[in-house]
Design a protein around this ligand. Structure first.
Ligand SMILES: [Zn+2]
Length: 376
């Protein structure tokens, strides 16, 4: 099986001709529809490449057929990889050259319609990481998003078939205030490990409330008509920086933890069960009377966490599925659970008792592993 992952990088706009890229995209759109239109003033080698991709038209790598005429269609391109040991792989006529010796990506003639025109962009760390995992960047795409030029790189990797061990890794994604709870159920249907991944909430709260305070102060100054004094400008910058810090911290946390869990799943050869019902978390935050701004912070990057997690599971061919694992319904008798102090859930019907974050793991234990794998 071949696993694929993609990344997009922004290209310097001053070095790109947006109109030219728009034309290339229009030609690609036609190519997707099976037309071959040869335009005299666009380099032949680019047009050869576009029509050379005909056999891949329905492939996932290049997306599906655009629905509208002249819809934005990214231009597929072959690549040439020049490795540190001097080895070269890929198409010799490629217009995208990944130079691992100089750590740059060179783009020829796809950014501007001038003979011999080329630009260089730094090699993203992402590429190095994929290559170190045994991946290869065979294809790239160039295109516009919101009128900004981008380069998309597609990494491919041949993955070994996953031999399941009978272990299950249950991942319950909540708001950051409760974190991502995970549990490992061993083949004997017992909980072997259980933990919650939580960011440093005190740090987040401190930054958040500091930003709120400064924001209020800023509002007062603005109401006094002091919009453009050095003091208000400094405050505005500080508020922005603090807010950015919170999101950057959570983004980083999400990325690290998603990767850690994927590595765990690989090590255990586990089937992964994910509960991504964030609505329940949102309700809980409202019940706890968390201010809406902070609620937003606690839920920030949680969707991205799931996206990162599943993308990497696919990349490593780890089977996973989404399952609803309620934390407020008894996994034994399905009676409603009552929450006691310290987020302990109790069933008044059958006597089941567990920490709130652990209840979903009990639900997963109930459901015996099924044969169906992959995203549902
Ligand atoms: Zn019960």
């Amino acid at each position: 099986m071949i696993a694929r992952r993609a990344i997009i990088i922004r290209l310097p706009k001053d070095k790109c001709d947006v109109n030219y890229i728009t034309r290339l995209m229009a030609l690609t759109n036609l190519a997707y529809r099976g037309f071959e239109v040869w335009v005299p003033d666009i380099p032949k080698n680019i047009q050869y490449q576009i029509y050379g991709f005909k056999n891949y038209m329905e492939s996932l790598v290049f997306g599906t057929t655009p629905k509208r005429w002249f819809a934005e269609t990214w231009v597929p391109l072959k690549t040439l990889r020049v490795y540190c040991d001097g080895a070269r792989r890929g198409a010799t006529d490629a217009l995208v050259v990944l130079d691992f010796k100089k750590n740059v990506i060179k783009l020829y003639q796809v950014c501007k319609n001038e003979p011999g025109y080329s630009i260089e962009v730094p090699m993203p760390r992402w590429v190095i990481e994929r290559v170190n995992e045994g991946g290869d960047i065979k294809y790239a795409m160039i295109g516009l998003r919101d009128n900004e030029p981008y380069l998309a790189l597609v990494a491919e990797r041949v993955v070994e078939p996953h031999v399941p061990s009978g272990c299950r890794l249950v991942v319950d994604v909540n708001a950051w205030s409760n974190g991502v709870a995970y549990g490992i159920i061993n083949p004997g249907n017992r909980i072997a490990e259980y933990s919650s991944l939580r960011p440093n909430l005190r740090l987040i709260d401190t930054w958040y409330y500091r930003a709120e305070d400064l924001h209020k102060k800023l509002g007062r100054l603005k109401r006094l008509g002091l919009d453009s004094t050095p003091e208000t400008r400094r405050l505005a910058r500080e508020v922005k920086a603090l807010r950015r810090k919170v999101y950057a911290y959570l983004r980083d946390f999400a990325q690290k933890k998603a990767h850690e869990l994927v590595m765990k799943a690989i090590r255990l050869r586990a089937l992964v069960i994910i509960d991504d019902m964030l609505d329940e978390s949102r309700r809980e935050l409202i019940e706890e009377k968390i201010p809406s701004g902070l609620r937003k912070v606690y839920l920030a990057e949680t969707r991205r966490f799931i996206k990162l997690f599943t993308t990497q599971l696919q990349w490593y061919d780890v089977p996973y599925r989404f399952e609803r694992l309620p934390s407020t319904v008894c996994p034994i008798c399905q009676h409603e659970l009552t929450q006691e102090e310290g987020r302990t859930m109790v069933c008044t019907n059958c006597g089941f008792k567990a920490p709130r974050d652990k209840a979903p793991i009990h639900w997963a234990m109930r459901a015996m592993p099924k044969a169906k794998v992959g995203p549902s």
